[in-house]
Design a protein. Structure first.
Length: 615
């Protein structure tokens, strides 16, 4: 299944999806844990057969006790029956514990397999898919399947199969008395199973409708426990508004589920009345059989136990069906994601450097949408050039940069890297030649070593290189006076951790990029949170450390472009101008107007810093 086809295969077929999910899970269980699963299945079947056998022994015991009253010499056989019944009971209890352990063992091993498969799939599909709420929702549903142990549906399916063995064995006992008894009991229990089945189908549909509201509910609830949000919640007095929003979401999902529960209640009441009438009729029949000596007391007890057992078996089957359908929506999302074909599934050409990049008639549409971020773009980049892509919000500049480094795939047109179509190049080898500093860069709640070393995990243990990078980006003095070592966590939430300022985190992100020996570095609004003075110092530092590398800087500010060899000016998904700083100023076009609009702001800020420095 191709990724862009995923949405159009989303049809509400819970029964079909259920059987396919069982096949999918069983296939992977059989592959990973064949011998244990085979033993578990055999043990479950043996246990299911023990149940009717215990009923028959109970019948024989009661009949034998009536004989012992008249013939004491038969006491030995009674003791044998007691030992046998005790053994069967203990075996059943022990078997249940063993089954739980075995399935737990299978579950942990295979769940690891599925989690590894899902993590690999999500990290390997093209990044533009996360621009779609539909894909993001599918990922969350798939993760829930694993959190809630999606393998539980397979265990429930196995229990249904073994329950059927018990069912037919108990039916045989009733058939021996009268052929109508199995039919009568079956008719008395089927309505309950049907009600459970349809109620879970209703639950399935409700889950599909409320799952997205639940995501919003969960997110809203998380805001109350996140200190970064609590600051604004307190300052802007948002607590009442957010609590009211949370309340509406909570009651919306609650009421949707209560509708199904109310339906179950009404139909279950009718079913309970129906079963009561049937049970009363069967009990009257047994009493007449007993009075006419057609039944022994032992047979009467055994048949009563058999009916209770049958109803219990049907109740178990209903409960397992319930758990299966409750998990079906999540399991289906997991299976669909794991079946996605993606770009990196094919073997492609590897590269060792990025010498040239040429985009020809490049167009990018957002997934599942006809809206274009940009269209029909054409330009070239050569090794060592300093490129700035400038434009206002929504101009398409960031999306373009993501396409240039292989994070997004063009909808139309081509990007040539070293003269080769990017779609024919191995993405892993391409990304080894690229380093990035995003505006919203990650702040990993890990150690200083990892936060810098993630730029090149091969040098994660190279302390000298990491400290060299830390000093280059200007953090050496700050960290040394606070006695910070490379294994110190960069979060107060971790034991012994420290907090960094926004500017210091920006230097960490820059250091991460410098750890990597690459051909191309992408800076996506790297200085958006800095004032012009700090911005210039940061960019001059970065420029001095990337003399031999190609750099692409995405910005809406004019200041950083003065260091560029080529400036690409974008507006509404189109290229308005291309040239050097001086050329574009002389053209008196969009770039010039942006410069004029921002120049006074830069002059005020620069004057302020000059005043501060002189005082």
């Amino acid at each position: 299944m191709k990724l862009n086809e995923l949405k159009f295969h989303e049809k509400d077929r819970p029964v079909r999806d259920f059987f396919y999910s069982q096949y999918f899970y069983l296939k992977n269980i059989w592959r990973e844990q064949k011998s244990i699963f085979l033993f578990l299945t055999i043990l479950s079947i043996i246990t299911s057969i023990m149940l009717p056998l215990e009923i028959l022994l109970q019948k024989r015991l009661i009949d034998q006790l009536t004989v012992v009253q008249k013939i004491p010499n038969e006491l030995g056989f009674v003791l044998v029956l007691l030992v046998a019944i005790t053994f069967l009971s203990l075996f059943g209890q022990l078997s249940g514990k063993i089954q739980d352990y075995l399935f737990r063992k299978i579950s942990l091993r295979v769940n690891y397999l599925f989690k590894a498969m899902l993590n690999k799939k999500v990290t390997s599909v093209s990044l533009e898919n996360f621009e779609s709420s539909f894909f993001y929702n599918q990922v969350n549903l798939a993760a829930k399947a694993l959190e809630g142990n999606g393998l539980g549906t397979t265990y429930s399916f196995l229990q249904i199969i073994t329950s059927v063995f018990s069912l037919f064995s108990v039916f045989a006992i009733l058939m021996a008395i009268h052929w109508t008894l199995p039919l009568t009991v079956l008719l008395s229990t089927i309505p309950g199973v049907v009600i459970v089945f349809f109620s879970k189908l209703k639950n399935y549909k409700v889950e599909k409708n409320v799952v997205f509201k639940e995501r919003e509910l969960s997110y809203t609830e998380s805001l109350f426990f996140d200190k970064s949000y609590l600051k604004e919640i307190k300052v802007y007095t948002l607590s009442d508004y957010l609590l009211e929003k949370w309340k509406k979401l909570y009651f919306y999902t609650m009421n949707k589920r209560l509708e199904v529960t109310k339906w179950e209640l009404k139909n279950s009441a009718v079913m309970i009345l129906f079963v009561g009438v049937i049970n009363t009729g069967v009990s009257v029949f047994f009493v007449y059989q007993l009075v006419e000596n057609a039944l022994t007391i032992g047979s009467y007890v055994a048949l009563t136990a058999a009916i209770i057992t049958l109803q219990g078996i049907f109740a178990q089957i209903g409960a397992h069906i319930a758990s299966i359908f409750e998990a079906a929506i999540y399991n289906n999302a997991l299976i669909k994601l794991l079946k996605i074909e993606h770009f990196d599934d094919e073997k492609r050409e590897e590269i060792n450097s990025i010498e040239t990049i040429d985009i020809k008639n490049g167009t990018f549409n957002y997934p599942y949408s006809d809206i274009s971020a940009f269209s029909k773009l054409n330009f070239s980049i050569r090794r060592g050039e300093k490129i700035s892509i400038v434009g206002g919000n929504g101009s398409g500049k960031t999306t373009l940069a993501h396409c240039l480094v292989g994070l997004f795939n063009l909808t139309e047109g081509t990007i040539l890297v070293n003269g080769e179509n990017m779609t024919d190049i191995d993405k892993s080898s391409l990304h080894k030649q690229v380093a990035v500093v995003f505006q919203t860069f990650p702040k990993y709640m890990y150690s200083l070593r990892e936060n810098i070393g993630f730029g090149n995990v091969d040098d994660m243990e190279n302390d000298q290189k990491i400290w060299d990078v830390i000093r280059k980006v200007g953090l050496g003095h700050k960290l040394s006076i606070h006695n910070v070592d490379l294994d110190t966590y960069l979060s107060k939430e971790m034991d012994g951790g420290i907090d960094l300022s926004g500017g210091e985190w920006q230097k960490i992100a820059l250091g991460r990029a410098l750890m990597k020996d690459v051909s191309l570095i992408l800076l996506d609004e790297p200085t958006a949170s800095l004032d012009p003075h700090s911005e210039l110092k940061t960019l001059e530092l970065f420029d001095s450390m990337t003399d031999d590398k190609t750099t692409i800087t995405i910005t809406h500010r004019i200041g950083p472009t003065k260091l560029s060899d080529k400036i690409i000016v974008m507006d509404k998904g189109k290229i308005e101008e291309i040239g050097t700083f001086d050329e574009l100023i002389n053209n008196k076009g969009l770039f010039y107007r942006m410069h004029q609009a921002q120049s006074k702001w830069y002059e005020r800020k620069e004057h302020f810093h000059e005043t501060v420095e002189t005082t």
